[in-house]
Design a protein around this ligand. Structure first.
Ligand code: NAP
Length: 285
C-alpha cells in the first residue's frame, strides 16, 4: 500500500488545450477560423458560469465564439429557428445549447435540431449512434476527457474490469461504451443496482458519476484500483468534492482523480478539441 498517484486534470487539460491552440493556428493559416456558437436560455447561475468559462477557453485557444443569451421565456420556435439559422451559417462550426433548459422547452427537440456535424457536445442521436458503432467524429466531452486522462497516464482498459456507476446519456452510458472500445470488460451500476460494493470491489478501473458525496469508501475499492471521480458535489463546508471519500481511498488506490482539478477541466478542453474537429471536417481538412 502506498499513496495513489494523482491524475492531474489541470496539467492534462493544459496539454490538450495547447495542442488545440496549435491546430487552430494551423487552420487559420489555411484560411479557416474555427467558431463555436454557445446558446444560453435563462439565468441559471451555474449555467452562466459554464458558458462564461467556455467563452474564455475559446479565447485562450484562438477559437472565435458567438454568444446567444436568450430570456427564460423564449419560445421553443424561437430557439429552434436560431439553431436552424446557425446550422446554415458556413462560418459557424460548432453549436452548443447549455443544458438544462427552462422546463417549458423541449430539450430533446433542441438537441435533435443541432446538425450532427456541428453537434460538438455529441448529444444528437446520430452522433450517439456513431459512438455506439465506434466511428464517431465527436465524443461526448466528459467521458472523452476521462479516456484522455487514462491515455496520458498510460493506463489501458484492455483486459481490465471497468465499473461505471451512473448511466446518464451524457456521462455514464458513453463512458461505458468508450471503456468497452478500449477493450475493457465493463459493468454499469445505477440506483437500482443491489449491493453496489460487490461490483466496486471487483473494479480495476472505477468511474463514479452519481453526484453523491462519500458514496465510495475505501472498503468498497480493490487494492491498487484506478479511481476516476466525475462528480461535482459540495461538502458541509460548501467545498467542492466528488463521490469518493478521497482522503481514505488515497492510500489504497494506485491512481485517483481529485475534485476539483480532476475530470472537470478535461470536459471543457475536449469541447475545444471537438470544435476544431468540426471545423476540419466541414472544410475537408
Ligand atoms: P445524473 O443524470 O443525475 O445521473 C446520475 C446517475 O447515478 C444515474 O444513472 C443514477 O441511477 C445513478 N445513481 C443515483 N444514485 C445512485 C446510487 N445510490 N448508487 C448507484 N447509482 C446511483 O447525473 P450526470 O449528469 O450523469 O452527472 C453525474 C455527476 O457528474 C454529477 O455530480 C455531475 O455534477 C457530474 N458531472 C461532472 C462533469 C465534469 O465535467 N466533471 C460533467 C458532467 C457531470 P438511475 O439511472 O437509476 O437514476
Amino acid at each position: 500500500m502506498g499513496t495513489a498517484k494523482l491524475i492531474d486534470g489541470k496539467v492534462i487539460s493544459a496539454k490538450v488545450l495547447s495542442d488545440v491552440a496549435d491546430e487552430v493556428k494551423d487552420l487559420k493559416q489555411r484560411g479557416v477560423e474555427p467558431c463555436l456558437a454557445v446558446i444560453l436560455v435563462g439565468e441559471d447561475p451555474a449555467s452562466q458560469v459554464y458558458v462564461r468559462n467556455k467563452k474564455l477557453k475559446c479565447e485562450q485557444v484562438g477559437i472565435r465564439s458567438l454568444s446567444y443569451t436568450l430570456p427564460a421565456d423564449t419560445k421553443q420556435e424561437e430557439l429552434i429557428s436560431l439553431i436552424k439559422e446557425l446550422n446554415e451559417r458556413k462560418d459557424v462550426n460548432g453549436i452548443l445549447c447549455q443544458l438544462p433548459l427552462p422546463s417549458h422547452l423541449n430539450e430533446k427537440d433542441v438537441i435533435n435540431t443541432i446538425s450532427a456535424e456541428k453537434d460538438v457536445d455529441a448529444f444528437n442521436p446520430e452522433n450517439v449512434g456513431h459512438i455506439m458503432i465506434g466511428d464517431a467524429s465527436f465524443l461526448p466531452c466528459t467521458p472523452a476527457g476521462v479516456m484522455e486522462m487514462l491515455k496520458y497516464e498510460g493506463i489501458s482498459a484492455a483486459g481490465k474490469h471497468c465499473v461505471v456507476i451512473g448511466r446518464s446519456n451524457i456521462v455514464g452510458k458513453p463512458m461505458a461504451l468508450l471503456l468497452l472500445q478500449d477493450n475493457g470488460t465493463v459493468t454499469v451500476c445505477h440506483s437500482r443496482t443491489k449491493n453496489l460494493a460487490e461490483y466496486t470491489k471487483e473494479a480495476d478501473i472505477l468511474v463514479s458519476a452519481v453526484g453523491k458525496r462519500n458514496l465510495i469508501t475505501a472498503d468498497m475499492i480493490k487494492e491498487e484500483a484506478v479511481i476516476i471521480d466525475v462528480s461535482i458535489n459540495r461538502n458541509e463546508d460548501g467545498k467542492l468534492c466528488g463521490d469518493v471519500d478521497f482522503d481514505n481511498v488515497l492510500d489504497k488506490a494506485s491512481y485517483i482523480t481529485p475534485v476539483p482539478g480532476g475530470v472537470g477541466p478535461m470536459t471543457i478542453a475536449m469541447l475545444m478539441k471537438n470544435t476544431v474537429t468540426a471545423a476540419k471536417n466541414q472544410n475537408n481538412i
